[in-house]
Write a protein that binds this ligand. Structure first.
Ligand SMILES: Cc1ncc(COP(=O)(O)O)c(C=O)c1O
Length: 316
């Protein structure tokens, strides 16, 4: 087992129900919180660019969507959670040596704390929340150039009629099991098919392939998370003149692809060079993947530059 360095926790800013805790390892969640009893919670992961949260509104909109899908009534307006994330980011940036460190932010919302029992009449509190802000640990350039190797596991993605993958809940057991099973033989992560044998997505990321210059990805209706990086990448690719198809496809399409890549908030656009025992094309990041990665980074940095300009104008 990896030994966890307690010093790492000194770099974490932790906000529990609005209070910034001095020590991130302080016990703070009641045993009767629904997140703990039932995984009855939602979450979002947001990151900074040049010290500013980006895509925040998209994440909050998805949080509201997840809440709706889970029949969970948020006790506070979305703007409240935005402010709490910002407050926690400021606490992080105030820590020694972290002012210019890019941040990873996770907000977790629970239906609340109460008595055992599914019914909401058992709740004693409104929704509870935790915000964790820690140093971002993005992949290095060398890791990007080496790309990822994924295993398509036997475990299938949840059917939309079961726990809908479109809701980003605190119950990731299915994805977690897929990850543990997929990474046994040295693969980086796992991909999941649906019950019909169509590709859905990875454990914590969306998936694309390129064939003869056309980009394809599973449709939202296949049972995937509506990834914010996925949506942005599709928009950028279309603007760049590429045809992007959202279509159901079997795993064989990936084996025959010219390029495969994944998208997520932390990894942005990242090449996949092997799936199962099949090398994708020449086993190197593809041309379109590289173009999209550059376009995504440029677009994000452009957006943050505008945010910074506005805040300079406001303070002038
Ligand atoms: C299952 C799943 N799919 C896709 C994604 C990527 O979504 P985003 O680009 O919004 O980070 C995530 C991110 O956590 C995820 O958990």
């Amino acid at each position: 087992m990896n030994s966890v360095n307690e010093k790492d926790f000194k770099q974490i800013a932790l906000n529990v129900n609005g209070e910034i805790l001095v020590d991130a390892l302080t016990p703070c969640i009641p045993a009767f919180d629904r997140s703990y009893l039932y995984g009855d919670s939602l979450y979002e992961v947001i990151r900074t660019y040049r010290g500013q949260f980006l895509y925040m509104e998209e994440h909050l909109t998805r949080l509201a969507k997840s809440a709706e899908l889970c029949h969970l009534r948020l006790s506070q307006p979305l703007s409240f959670y935005r402010d709490e994330c910002k407050k926690t980011l400021r606490a992080f940036q105030a820590k020694p040596g972290l002012r210019d460190t890019e941040a990873y932010c996770r907000i977790v919302l629970s239906r609340g704390t109460g008595k055992i029992g599914f019914g909401t009449e058992n709740l004693l509190t409104p929704t509870t929340f935790v915000v964790i802000v820690q140093p971002l640990n993005p992949p290095t350039e060398a890791q990007w150039e080496a790309g990822f190797r994924y295993r398509i596991v036997d475990r299938i993605r949840n059917d939309r009629r079961a726990q809908d993958p479109a809701a980003k809940t605190g119950n990731y057991m299915n994805s977690l099991l897929a990850y543990l099973e997929g990474t046994k033989e040295g693969f980086h992560d796992a991909l999941l098919l649906d019950s019909q044998g169509f590709m859905t997505e990875g454990t914590t990321f969306n998936l694309f392939y390129v064939r003869r210059g056309i980009i394809a990805t599973s449709p939202f209706t296949s049972g995937i998370l509506d990834g914010i990086t996925r949506k942005t990448t599709i928009g950028l690719a279309r603007k760049m003149g590429y045809e992007v198809r959202e279509v159901l496809f079997p795993k064989e399409r990936l084996y025959e692809a010219d390029e495969v890549f994944m998208t997520s908030t932390i990894k942005e656009v990242f090449p996949v060079v092997q799936i199962d025992d099949v090398k994708i094309a020449n086993g190197k990041p593809g041309k379109i993947t590289r173009e999209l990665k550059q376009a995504f980074t440029q677009f994000s940095l452009g957006r943050v530059a505008k945010v910074l300009e506005k805040s300079v104008e406001r303070s002038a």
